[in-house]
Design a protein. Structure first.
Length: 360
């Protein structure tokens, strides 16, 4: 039996590699516990089983079993499949490798890991995936999840495409992007795209970005990773416990994925509460409004151009009852560490009504 296996191995090394070289191909078997050769309809088939290890071109394959079709240039692997190619490593339950056009079709618990030159890494999991080596792109579908160590972010979706050559990727079918920090920033949309060269993320239609403290929705989101800046357009809305806002456009400025400022442009309206947990009965409208945040709490806002605001203050042991509705050029408001409104100052062309309730 051992002699037959040795003879079969010798025949394999003498026949298949020579045939492959005619097409400038290289097939090199490193190890296999068992092998069998057969021929049918001008097709020579090699069957390997048990600790299978071989190279086909520049790609290394390992599995429990493999069928290699010499004429068609196809390798079919099954059981504990492992593939190594330059900076990528792939594992799966099964795989079909088409030497022409240099494509791998993987199925069942697919895991693809990329090693980056700077020491970072990224990985992708799915039930099915196709790696087109010539075009250097990957398509994955069914329960897709991914992680990038450089951005410390994870993602999930139903279908994903990754163009490694051009540094572009997109996700559809309920895509979700999450930062991996403690206070998670989560982005959902109909489609999420990634552009490596510009270091940006684009989300389109039904966009929802949220943390435990605030949420922002719109039709379109442009997120610049290096600047930590998000641009929302298309009926954007911002909601938090202290303030709700709307405008033609939003600019959210973050630091370490934490919100520090929101800039509202054109037809801006902010509805805010006097303190955390209170009803948002107060409002301000203007052409331009900035909201400043600290530790996810509203610390103040600044409004300019055609400012119109309404503010009501309930009476307590330290303050009188007050209702104020005014228009002017500039309005500033400051909130204390207890999230209570401390000060409102209006300047330039003030025209308003102030109502007080006299103490008896």
């Amino acid at each position: 039996m051992i002699r037959n296996i040795w003879i079969g191995s010798l025949l394999l090394l003498l026949t298949l590699p020579l045939a492959a070289q005619k097409q400038n191909e290289q097939l090199r078997v490193v190890h296999s516990d068992r092998l069998a050769l057969s021929k049918a309809n001008n097709e020579q088939v090699m069957e390997l089983s048990g600790k299978v290890h071989f190279w086909y071109g520049q790609t290394e394959f390992k599995s429990d079993r493999a069928l290699i079709f010499d004429t068609q240039k196809i390798a079919r692997l099954d059981g504990n499949v492992r593939v190594n190619n330059d900076s990528l490593a792939l594992t799966a339950d099964s795989l079909a490798y088409y030497r022409i056009p240099d494509e791998l079709n993987a199925g069942g618990r697919v895991f693809i890991n990329e090693r980056k030159t700077g020491g970072g890494f990224s990985w992708l999991r799915s039930e099915y995936a196709i790696y087109r080596k010539g075009e250097n792109n990957i398509t994955a579908w069914r329960n897709v999840s991914a992680y990038d160590s450089d951005e410390n972010a994870s993602a999930s979706c139903g279908y994903a495409f990754w163009d490694r050559r051009n540094g572009y990727a997109y996700m559809v079918e309920d895509p979700v992007l999450r930062t991996a920090r403690q206070d998670t920033l989560e982005v959902r949309a109909d489609k999420i795209e990634f552009f490596d060269a510009e270091s940006k993320i684009v989300a389109t239609f039904n966009v929802l970005a949220q943390t435990p403290d605030y949420s922002a929705s719109s039709d379109f989101l442009l997120y610049f990773l290096e600047e930590d800046k998000a641009v929302f357009t298309g009926q954007p809305l911002f909601r938090s416990e202290l303030a709700d806002a709307s405008a033609r456009g939003f600019y959210l400025l973050l630091k370490d994925r934490k919100l520090t400022r929101a800039e509202l442009v054109d037809s801006c309206r902010v509805e805010f509460a006097e303190q955390r947990g209170a009803i948002k009965t107060n409002w301000v409208q203007a052409s331009f409004i900035t909201l400043d945040f600290e530790q996810d709490a509203l610390r103040g806002f600044h409004a300019e151009q055609a400012v119109d605001y309404f503010y009501s203050q309930e009476e307590d042991s330290k303050r009188d009852y007050l209702v104020n509705h005014a228009r002017g050029g500039i309005l500033d408001a400051l909130f204390g560490l207890d999230n209570k409104l401390e000060q409102m100052i209006m300047r330039e062309g003030i025209n308003g009504v102030y109502r007080f309730r006299e103490r008896s």
